[in-house]
Design a protein around this ligand. Structure first.
Ligand SMILES: *Cc1c(COP(=O)(O)O)cnc(C)c1O
Length: 230
């Protein structure tokens, strides 16, 4: 199957899940998680109407930017971002989805201020409280959002999460629902209900994420095929 056919299939499934939840399929943003795919595959996804492409690794993103892999769609950064690489991502990525610490937030603010731009971002929630994973713990998210509001060169558009990989379907669904509750709460209390994005759901669970309220899904394997790790 071609990338275009796979995207059409994912779109159909997104539409089904959205309608089943009484939601408009048009309100779901499909981000192609394009790590470990080449620039040609990214361009194919763009031609097939993907809404955005998301990268995990700064080096790979910089290389593919130089190859015009993302021309025509917004580029998102969705992976763990080290502070010493912030300068390569701010202003290049339309949306940094994976802001999981106050130190990273401050570094993004500093870099965006120096470049006189406003960087849009999502706060990442470590909903499974995993030691090996970055992201704010659920009880830290409110304070993180308040801190972000003090930074004039960043704009929070919502929350992102990746539940623990070993959760079964029910547990996974509960994680999604917990993040949705958090999203609704901070949206009402801090953002006048103007937040736009709740980014959750990947190839294996994006339909469930949509049922739980996701407005943005990040899909890699189901679009680009299995990744071959070296
Ligand atoms: C790779 C990746 C995805 C997509 O994962 P698939 O299971 O291949 O769909 C989504 N989000 C993040 C942050 C990723 O790193």
């Amino acid at each position: 199957m071609s990338i275009a056919e796979r995207i059409a299939q994912v779109r159909a499934e997104i539409a089904r899940a959205a309608r089943a939840a009484g939601r408009d399929p048009g309100e779901i943003t499909l981000v192609g998680a394009s790590k470990m795919t080449d620039a040609a595959a990214c361009r194919e996804a763009v031609a097939a109407g993907i809404d955005a492409l998301g990268e995990n690794r700064v080096q790979e993103m910089v290389k593919k930017l130089s190859e015009h892999a993302y021309d025509g769609v917004p580029l998102h950064f969705i992976g763990h971002l080290q502070r010493n690489k912030v300068n390569k991502v701010v202003g290049q990525a339309a949306l940094i989805q994976s802001v999981g610490s106050l130190a990273l937030l401050a570094e993004i603010e500093k870099t965006a201020a120096a470049r006189e731009l406003t960087q849009e971002l999502l706060l990442e929630v470590n909903i499974g409280r995993e030691a090996a994973k970055s992201g704010f713990l659920p009880e830290e998210v409110f304070a993180a959002a308040e801190a972000a509001l003090e930074h004039p060169h960043v704009r929070i558009l919502g929350l992102m999460t990746i539940p623990p990989a070993d959760a079964d379907r029910d547990a996974n669904m509960r994680y999604f629902e917990q993040v949705r509750t958090l999203y609704v709460d901070i949206n009402a209390k801090l953002f006048h209900n103007e937040l736009k994005h709740l980014s959750m759901g990947m190839s294996g669970d994006y339909a469930d994420a949509i049922a739980a309220g996701a407005t943005m899904v990040r899909v890699g394997t189901a679009i680009f095929g299995a990744r071959h790790y070296l």
